[in-house]
Design a protein around this ligand. Structure first.
Ligand SMILES: [Zn+2]
Length: 523
């Protein structure tokens, strides 16, 4: 890793088994940093060489450099194992400071809501270099475990919502200059200087990680990161933050320990030795991102309203409650993804609501357990019903919750349907089943599909198995998942600001930009 030039070279050795029932003559890898690139863009992740049994083998690309296909020199039968080594390198795209501010996040949300085209810089949400940190999520060729389908189109909800992988064991060795904090998805088993006999030239450190049953691996390189840590049920939870965020960094750790404890007791053990929370300057779009064993939180939301903030403009101070709640709710949602999406895998292209509805529901449940049902009700109003209402107010139509990723047109629609309406679906299931049956259904669902890839049908079966009256439960299920009764069941904002896409919305965008420039300069 060359931190200064934001580039790296790597070698990956993959041992894999053919778990299909057919003889295979090729294997494919997803190159997530290349997803959604146009023909004229250079690939970010470059493949230099593929080697099997000591000799180079031919390879080709599909979907504009997103899929790497390796022709196997010898066919592999069902159950047989093989190994492949891939040499790769990458230049990491830069994120500028003004792309990561709260104002940028705010404007990006407005643009998404009014259906403006997004600036084209796909995949940067998980793969970028900022001023004082580098995030590498899914940065290496990842064995594609399902049949490779056409993946040209960048999903409207972002690259993170398209990632699907089986669990694997990882041994990762990183060499980078001294003085940089290296955070990885697994447990660090070595952290020291690189000796001359290892090819070190001084001023370099080596960090080695081990990780079991991870759905990918992420690395974060940071300058001047501080940290606090705590052990919960055998898992070391560490909160990394930037100077000045001490109070919020500690607050995140406290919330995370509570989340780990509640989710562990309710759904089943987390099962990994580490969880890292990291404050990073995320480019506008996302307040948080879940990665294997890591939750990234957007620096823009780290505003400490409880200590004097003389430079905060009034417009932001007036939103204090919302911004504070957004950060805490994001943390709860992303930690819940360690269970829903992490421990229990799902295919987000096929069933995007599966992990999203469960993560959203779990975040609400955490508030209920930690602060009582009244606060949980407030959170539902603000973070869940509010999202659905905003979507409807901007002219979005109610849709069924169960639909493939390619049918979602914007991030707001994705959030309103998979997360908000999806959470209401689970609230309805809980009401109908009663707490005991509902939570024991979720627990057996988690047990049964631990470390495998689940499906909507499997969640249905788990809930139906717990029902006294499966027929009645099926009716409610269909109502939420496959019909359009959102306005009746969730409510209706009563007004629609913009009944049609692309009419007065561009003007509104300009007004917000104008207000933003005038009022929110300090960001
Ligand atoms: Zn989510």
């Amino acid at each position: 890793m060359n931190y200064r030039t934001a580039s790296f070279t790597g070698r990956e050795e993959v041992s894999f088994a053919n778990e299909t029932r057919e003889v295979i003559d090729s294997v494919s890898f997803y190159l997530y940093p290349n997803i959604g690139l146009e023909d004229e863009n250079k690939p970010r992740l470059v493949i230099n060489r593929v080697v099997m049994s000591g000799r180079e083998v031919p390879f080709s690309f599909q979907s504009r450099g997103f899929v790497l296909r390796v022709a196997l020199p010898n066919k592999i039968g069902p159950g047989e194992r093989s190994r492949v080594a891939i040499d790769f390198s990458a230049a990491i795209p830069a994120v500028q400071q003004d792309e990561t501010s709260l104002l940028a996040h705010f404007l990006d949300e407005i643009n998404d809501a009014i259906g403006e085209e997004r600036a084209d810089n796909p995949s940067r949400e998980i793969f970028f270099a900022a001023d004082d940190a580098i995030l590498l999520g899914y940065f290496f060729p990842m064995l594609a475990t399902r049949e490779v389908r056409d993946s040209d189109r960048m999903p409207a909800s972002g690259v993170k919502s398209a990632i699907c992988s089986e669990v694997a064991g990882y041994e990762v060795r990183v060499i980078v200059e001294d003085g940089i904090t290296v955070i990885g998805s697994g447990r660090a088993v070595r952290r020291n200087g690189l000796s001359e006999s290892e090819g070190g030239s001084g001023n370099q450190q080596v960090v080695e990680f081990h990780g079991n049953r991870l759905r990918g691996f992420a690395l974060i390189f940071g300058k001047q990161l501080k940290s606090v840590e705590r052990v919960v049920e055998g898992t070391q939870v560490t909160s990394y933050f930037r100077a000045g965020s001490e109070r919020l960094g500690l607050r995140m750790l406290e919330l995370a320990t509570r989340a780990m404890d509640t989710f562990g007791r309710t759904f089943g053990p987390y099962g990994s030795p580490t969880l890292h929370l990291v404050e990073l300057p995320l480019p506008a779009s996302f307040s948080g991102i879940d990665l294997p064993g890591i939750v990234v939180l957007s620096h823009a939301y780290f505003v400490d309203f409880d200590s004097p903030q003389p430079h905060l403009p009034g417009i932001v101070r007036a939103q204090a409650d919302v911004i504070k709640a957004a950060l805490e709710f994001t943390l709860a949602h992303e930690i819940a993804h360690q269970w829903w999406g992490g421990i229990v895998g799902s295919d987000p292209r096929r069933d995007p609501f599966l992990d999203e509805s469960l993560a959203q529901f779990s975040a609400i449940y955490l508030y209920e357990m930690a602060e009582g049902p009244e606060i949980a009700e407030k959170v539902i109003e603000q973070q869940v019903r509010g999202t659905y209402f905003t979507y409807r107010m901007f002219g979005g139509l109610d849709t069924e919750v169960e639909r493939p990723l390619r049918d979602f047109r914007s991030r707001l629609q994705y959030a309103a349907i998979t997360q908000a309406k999806g959470a209401f679906f689970l609230i309805a299931m809980r009401r109908q089943l009663g707490d005991e049956r509902f939570f024991s259904a979720l627990r057996s669902y988690c047990d049964e599909h631990r470390y495998s890839i689940s499906s909507a049908e499997k969640l249905r079966v788990a809930l139906l198995n717990a029902a006294e009256d499966p027929r009645a439960l099926r009716v409610t299920m269909r109502r939420w998942l496959n019909d359009k009764h959102g306005d009746e069941d969730i409510g209706n904002p009563g007004i629609t600001l913009f009944p049609q896409a692309n009419t007065g919305m561009r003007k509104l965008g300009r007004i917000f930009v104008w207000i933003g420039r005038a009022a929110a300069r300090p960001f």
